[in-house]
Ligand binder design. Structure first.
Ligand code: NAD
Length: 255
């Protein structure tokens, strides 16, 4: 991974931070991107103090103009992006029939359209260079019905389908596009679902009211579990893997 430039969105979040840290520890120079400028700057400073090469960038993945300016700036300041990780995301819980237009649109804007904006901006540059790897962090909710998750699941299914179609179209340019589909992972997003311990406990034990079977491995993931899977799919070790969806959920979707 020496001298590899990686761009990670959602970098100030639980999973994004773990991905930034792991890629940097493995020798990549990382553009850590988030809507939250203060948190991403603080992350870059903290990791920089440990000798890791991480630069913070503020951008809003909902805006194609913001994303185009971001990618242009990252390539000008750091160099050609070889790895892209789409990890920015939002979760709005609510029964499908009670969702507002704003709930639906704001979820799709980040989780689906955001993946489109960033992937398009980066992949066109990758095509010119004939190499690159993209991983989208979607969700096991994309393929498994659950109460209160209609907007989120729909957005993640869109991101998954987009990433796989993109992978087909750019495979002959030497670019691989894969999806990591986490289940419950110990981050601020999970804590936001219920009070702290309750979300993790409900995930592990199962919750018939929300059509959750529980987690056969009996624990929620830590962000590093997701980061290791992302790093694997980016790396040469996964050099013959593309358009794949790797579920990392302790068996929660039963296969
Ligand atoms: P998190 O809430 O800790 O982090 C999400 C990050 O995305 C935040 O730092 C936020 O500022 C950023 N973000 C939101 N909107 C943005 C925008 N418009 N532009 C740029 N950045 C934006 O969540 P997390 O748990 O670390 O989730 C990371 C990814 O993993 C998300 O895509 C999420 O849907 C997915 N995921 C999480 C879980 C889980 O249980 N935590 C499970 C499955 C999938």
């Amino acid at each position: 991974m020496q001298e590899t430039i990686a761009l990670v969105t959602g970098a100030a979040g639980g999973i994004g931070e773990a991905i930034v840290r792991l890629l940097a520890e493995r020798g990549a120079r990382v553009a850590a991107v988030d809507l939250d400028a203060d948190r991403v700057e603080a992350l870059a400073a903290a990791l920089g103090a440990k000798g890791l090469e991480v630069t913070g960038f503020a951008a809003d993945v909902r805006s194609s103009a913001s994303v185009e300016a971001l990618v242009e700036r990252v390539e000008r300041e750091l160099g050609p992006v070889e790895y892209l990780v789409n990890a920015a995301g939002v979760l709005r819980l609510g029964e499908a029939r009670a969702l507002t237009d704003a709930d639906w649109e704001s979820t799709l804007a980040v989780n689906a359209t955001g993946v489109f904006h960033v992937s398009r901006a980066v992949v066109n540059r990758m095509v010119d260079r004939g190499r690159g790897a993209i991983v989208t962090v979607a969700s096991n909710a994309a393929g498994t019905a659950r109460a209160d998750m209609a907007a989120y699941a729909a957005s993640k299914a869109a991101a998954t389908a987009f990433t796989k179609c993109l992978g087909l179209e750019v495979a002959h340019h030497g670019i691989r596009c894969n999806v990591v589909a986490p289940g419950s992972t110990d981050t601020p997003m999970l804590h936001g679902m219920h009070s702290d311990g309750a979300a993790a406990a409900a995930s592990v034990a199962g919750d018939p009211q929300h059509y959750r079977v529980g987690i056969p491995l009996r624990k929620v993931a830590v962000p590093q579990d997701i980061a290791r899977s992302v790093a694997f799919l980016l790396s040469g070790e996964a050099g013959h893997i593309t358009m794949h969806e790797l579920t990392v959920d302790g068996g929660a979707t039963l296969g």
